[in-house]
Design a binder for this molecule. Sequence first.
Ligand code: ZN
Ligand code: ZN
Length: 343
Amino acid sequence: MSYPLRSRISLALVKKQLPRLMTADPAGELPDGLHVAIVGSGSPLPDVRRGTPCAAIIVNGKIFVVDAGEGASETMARMQLAPGRIEAVLMTHFHSDHIGGLGTVNLQRWVADGDRPALPVIGPEGTDRLVNGLNEAYALDRSYRVGHHGPDVVTPDNGAMDARVFSIPEGEDSMVVLEDDGLTVTAFVVQHPPIEPALGYRFDYKGRSAVISGDTNYSPTLIEAARDTDLLVHDALSTELLMMVSDAARDAGLPARSQILADVPDYHATAPEAADAAREAGAGALAITHIVPPLPLKGLEAIFLGDAEERFDGPLWLARDGDLYSLPAGGGELKRSNLISRR
Ligand SMILES: [Zn+2]
Ligand SMILES: [Zn+2]
């Protein structure tokens, strides 16, 4: 069959691109340092620009994933972050927007490199229930793939995730949960009532540090844990914009949706509060993520931020999916790029 000229050109272009796409590995090419990639910068509210919460901390070519919202593995693929490099997943809490993509993240890692040991999923009490449930949900899929591709390609023993539960001792607000090749990961308590436990994570490597807040309102324990960090990644919402959506839902005869939206401000900081936390912690820079509600027009960003930029005098950004914040080992400036838009 002879295809039209346009199709033949398209085919030739794709064929030319494929070798580069197959070998692309930005995580393996990063210089020595602590690198924070934002995979999903949105929330449970559908947003064409932002996926649900997920961050990837890259150190020594290893990827440590924090939460895995729906679409996490698809966005990581768009960022060309190789799933075989995932070392562990860390869970902040178990709201649906933080767990919906975990099964696929694990699947993609397993089929990318069947020799890797089972994926450790590190988190507070509840991690075992999540992991056991997903392992069961994916049991048939694993059996299909082993049957189809063979145990040499997809090692059966490595397909199910490995829950590693920790609990912060009574009276303490933080604890070290992982040490790996110069990297120290510290979990700390945040305030996301009524969800308990709700955690954030601090990553320290060769004199650099970054903090992922998880979901929290303005939290003194976060400020303590984020002391002098180079980069604070903090969730935020706009009460004004969210209530506008809630009112519209009520007026449209959707009382349950209206109520749920109206309840959300209880448990997330606003952007000005995130800026307060960054200032009080002495953070070097602030990236705001978990953006609620979606901001479909650029002009809404100033409303979302309020007076945040007056409250924190370091660099402050609204995170986008694909953002990469790089902190060179030992010192030097934070460099910001985007792994999706640079392609
Ligand atoms: Zn939450
Ligand atoms: Zn959330």
